[in-house]
Every structure is written in structure tokens, then in C-alpha cells.
Write a protein that binds this ligand. Structure first.
Ligand SMILES: [Fe+2]
Length: 494
């Protein structure tokens, strides 16, 4: 590991693709409260709380690989800190599809990102069933832990044992298997509760309906839905993430089309049927939050910049303007039917760049500013600043300054001065989304810890790395007793 704070970052590629792709393997076991041994640094004194992570845990069955890691069944890792000492528990989400496929060790469902059943096109054509793979995010709502996948309902997990309780309607809030986003936001700054979980579900088609839900997530009402609204927009909507301010929920509808024919005919997965449409304009949808000042008012639609966005970082209100930071790609990145995701040519894929949209709600215009040309993803702010102006953002980035490559570094950027510092796990380490946890009673925005699940390509295993959020100094490294493939999102529960 090298601290690159004072060094020039190598602009040339320095990773070995096999070190990176070696993370893609099935997780072999489920462990319970396994104490983690520290390999570098020291336990964090008085640290209490639980780091939760989700991501694909099954990537191969009976010799057949998934076509894209996003098609892998979800596995939850929980690392619970008791006075600084971490204990690991991991469980596959026992979805109906996981249990059926586990029994015969064979894929019997097609994957959204292109995984096909054996037997070629004929065996896949007209099979429109899908498996809720519960692999994208994991959050606490009320007294339950939810494993999320955006196209279907959440799976409830027992918070201690991580045993799967099953698909949940959240006490009747959702219709059975209703779409429930994998990107809920925890709002600590609303007018109505000390903690809200704000989220959405999309029902898409020629017109698309967004259901915006706000749950109380603190005190005696924890888990209760307190605000609920539905708004319908023209056109097909593919909305993976959104952003919130105190008064608005903000969505970016990318200019893409969905042609379902190759999916229906068994040639492609549904997500492989998404294609950018250069003749279309991307749109922002601004939906007034029912907990905010503009409750009950209709939404606003405003033209958005070109490009494709999976993830937003944060948004805040400034007079009549909204400032929104997002990771933009030039085009929708998809692994084509003839490509092997473990051997992709990074140069052929667009890289993510941190950009700021400043949207004037009065004039309905938008200015776009690029923070950095360096490829990055999974950017976060201090959770206390979500929806408000934040000075700092932390993200996973490439080690090299330009071009696409695996994410090997953690970068902290000052969103006002654009100053940045980096910590790199290269050449053989590969990072995941940093989870920023403020220190207890912290008064400064960058006072806290970053938790990173790292793929250590040198020893072909996973590490947990804890960095100081202020200067990105390595505080502690733990070697994990299981190997976890490159994953998706996670959260921290106090
Ligand atoms: Fe995501």
C-alpha cells in the first residue's frame, strides 16, 4: 500500500488483470461472528457499530459463469465492532431463486445483465421470468435489515443472525414484489424526524410512474411510512439512483431507449437492450418531497446534460438553484453478448467522471462543470451532510490519472477548492465503495473513518481497510477469512 498524498500519481497502467479478475469466484462458506485478526495498525478504540455490505456471492454454477457480476446472487457481509474488535458474519440472501438453483447447482433463471440458461436461444426465448437476486444494497429500516434489488421487493434479514426472513411488503406498504429502489437515502436533516429513510420504486413502460416513499427511521415510529406520493412521466424510465435535498427528490432520466425484442427472443438480457439515443434529451425530474416546503405541488421536468449516470453523490439547494454532483459516463456501459466480464478491455468502456450540475429551477436551465478527468465511482459525502452543502467527497478511483482501469484508489476531494488527496491499494489491491462514518461527537466534516472492503490480489483474498477520513492514513487492516468478489453497496448501523 502506498500513500500517494505527496507523490505524483502514476499515469500509466500498473495493474495486473489477473489480480483484478481473481476476485470473481463463488463465496465458499458462511461464517458466524468470526473474530477478525488485525494484520496492520491498531483496533479503533471505542468503535461500536456494524458495517453491512452487499454484492454478488455466487458467480458460477455447474461450470457456467454468469454473464455479468450484477447477475450474481446477493451475499450480505456484516462486520460488527465491539469496542474496536470486529466480528464477521456472512449469509447468502436465501431468495426463492437462490434456493431453487442451489438445490441442483444450475442456473434456471435468465439474468437481467445477460446470463442465459443452458440450451441456447430456443431455451431462453419467451422466458420472461426473472430472479430477485437481492444483491445491490443493504440497509436498516425499523428493526429489520433489508437486502435490496431495484426491480423487485426487498428481502428482510434478521439483524443478528443475518438469516433470511423472506420477501417483505414492509407491513403492507408494498404490493407483493413491488419494485423498491436499491438506493434509499438516510436523511438526518429533514423538518419532520431525526432520521428518515427516503426511497422510491419505478413502474416503467411507455409512461413511467415513480413512487416516492419516506419512512420514519428513528424512535418509536421507526419503520413506519409517513409520506407517499406517485408521479407519472412520459417515456421509459431507467432510474438506478436519485438525490435529495430538504425539499426535493431529484431524478435524472438518461436519454436511452429500451428495445425488448432481443430479450423476448432469448438473445440478450433485459439490461443489454438499453441503448443511448443521441436524438433524445436527458431529463431531470424534480419531485417535491411531502416532508418539505412544496408538498402537494406538481413535479418539474428540466432538460439535463448529455451522458449516462448510475450514481449521484449529493445535492443541495442554493437560492432558486439546485447543485447536484453525479458520476457521468459518456455512454451506458454494458458487457456485450460475446464479451467475457473477467477479461474485459477497460479501454473500450467509458470511464466515470465526477461532474456538477447547477440547475436553475426558475429559468429551467442547467450548467455542467467537471471536477476531475480521473475515472471514479461510488462517491459519498459525510452522511450528516446528505441533502446539504458538503465540502468533502470520498470516492473509489483509478490509480492512474486518465483513462479507464479498475478502481484501486480512494480519493478525497474538496468540492469547493477542488484540492484532492489519494490513497492507493495498487498495484495489486482493488477497492470498493468507501463507507464514511463520522467519529462520535465529531465537529468537523472530515472527522471520521472510511471503511473499505479490498480485494488483495497479491494474496488472492479480501481485506477490510480502515482509513482516517481526514488525511487517508491507514489506521487498520484486517485479513478476512472469506474471499468476497468485487461488490456493490453498503451502509453503517450504529
Ligand atoms: Fe448503485
Amino acid at each position: 500500500m502506498t500513500n500517494l498524498q505527496d507523490k505524483k500519481i502514476d499515469k500509466f497502467k500498473s495493474f495486473n488483470k489477473e489480480d483484478w479478475s481473481s476476485a470473481y469466484q463463488n463465496v465458499e462458506k458462511e461464517l458466524t461472528k468470526e473474530p477478525l485478526k488485525i494484520s496492520k495498525g491498531n483496533n479503533i478504540k471505542n468503535l461500536n457499530g456494524t458495517l453491512l455490505r452487499n454484492g454478488p456471492g455466487i458467480l458460477e454454477r455447474g461450470g457456467q459463469w454468469v454473464h455479468h457480476p450484477f447477475d450474481g446472487d446477493g451475499m450480505i457481509t456484516s462486520i460488527k465492532f465491539e469496542n474496536g474488535q470486529p466480528f464477521l458474519t456472512n449469509r447468502f440472501v436465501k431468495t426463492q431463486g437462490y434456493l431453487e438453483e442451489e438445490k441442483i447447482n444450475k442456473f434456471i433463471y435468465r439474468g437481467v445483465f445477460g446470463t442465459q440458461k443452458n440450451g441456447g436461444i430456443l431455451n431462453n426465448a419467451l422466458d420472461l421470468k426473472f430472479k430477485n437476486i437481492a444483491n445491490t444494497h443493504v440497509v436498516k429500516l425499523g428493526d429489520e435489515i433489508l437486502a435490496l434489488w431495484e426491480a423487485a421487493g426487498p428481502h428482510a434479514m434478521d439483524p443478528d443472525s443475518l438469516d433470511t426472513i423472506g420477501l417483505t411488503t414492509l407491513k403492507g406498504v408494498l404490493k407483493p414484489n413491488e419494485a423498491f429502489s436499491a438506493h434509499p437515502k438516510t436523511d438526518l436533516n429533514s423538518n419532520t424526524s431525526s432520521e428518515l429513510l427516503v426511497t422510491f420504486g419505478v413502474q416503467t413502460g411507455p409512461k413511467s410512474t415513480i413512487r416516492l416513499m419516506e419512512f420514519d427511521n428513528a424512535g418509536t415510529n421507526s419503520g413506519k411510512l409517513i409520506f407517499d406520493r406517485k408521479d407519472t412521466f412520459n417515456g421509459f424510465a431507467f432510474l438506478h439512483d436519485f438525490a435529495i435535498t430538504t425539499n426535493w427528490a431529484i431524478f435524472l432520466q438518461n436519454a436511452i431507449d429500451f428495445n425488448p425484442l432481443p430479450f423476448v427472443m432469448g438473445q440478450r438480457g433485459a439490461a443489454q437492450c438499453l441503448k443511448s439515443n443521441p436524438n433524445k434529451k436527458a431529463k431531470f425530474f424534480f419531485i417535491p418531497r411531502e416532508s418539505g416546503l412544496f408538498r402537494g405541488q406538481p413535479p418539474l421536468t428540466i432538460d439535463a446534460p448529455e451522458g449516462f449516470v448510475f450514481h449521484h453523490v449529493n445535492a443541495f439547494e442554493k437560492d432558486s438553484k439546485i447543485v447536484l454532483d453525479s458520476i457521468f459516463y459518456d455512454d451506458f456501459p454494458s458487457v456485450g453478448p460475446d464479451e467475457n466480464f473477467r477479461d474485459i478491455d477497460f479501454d473500450k468502456y467509458p470511464e466515470g467522471k465526477l461532474k456538477r450540475s447547477i440547475i436553475d429551477l426558475k429559468t429551467k436551465t442547467c450548467e455542467l462543470e467537471t471536477f476531475s478527468e480521473q475515472c471514479c465511482e461510488f462517491a459519498v459525502v459525510n452522511p450528516k451532510n446528505l441533502g446539504l452543502k458538503a465540502t468533502f467527497s470520498w470516492m473509489a478511483s483509478t490509480s492512474q490519472k486518465l483513462g479507464n482501469a479498475p478502481l484501486q484508489a480512494i480519493k478525497k476531494i474538496n468540492l469547493t477548492s477542488k484540492e484532492e488527496i489519494s490513497w492507493s491499494a495498487g498495484p495489486s489491491g482493488f477497492v470498493s465503495e468507501p463507507i464514511m462514518v463520522p467519529s462520535e461527537n465529531s465537529s468537523k466534516e472530515d472527522e471520521g473513518f472510511l471503511f473499505i472492503l479490498l480485494w488483495n490480489g497479491e494474496r488472492r483474498g479480501s481485506d477490510l481497510v480502515i482509513l482516517d477520513a481526514k488525511d487517508l492514513k491507514e489506521l487498520a487492516v484486517y485479513e478476512l477469512p472469506i474471499s468476497i468478489p468485487h461488490g456493490l453497496h453498503g451502509s453503517w448501523v450504529n
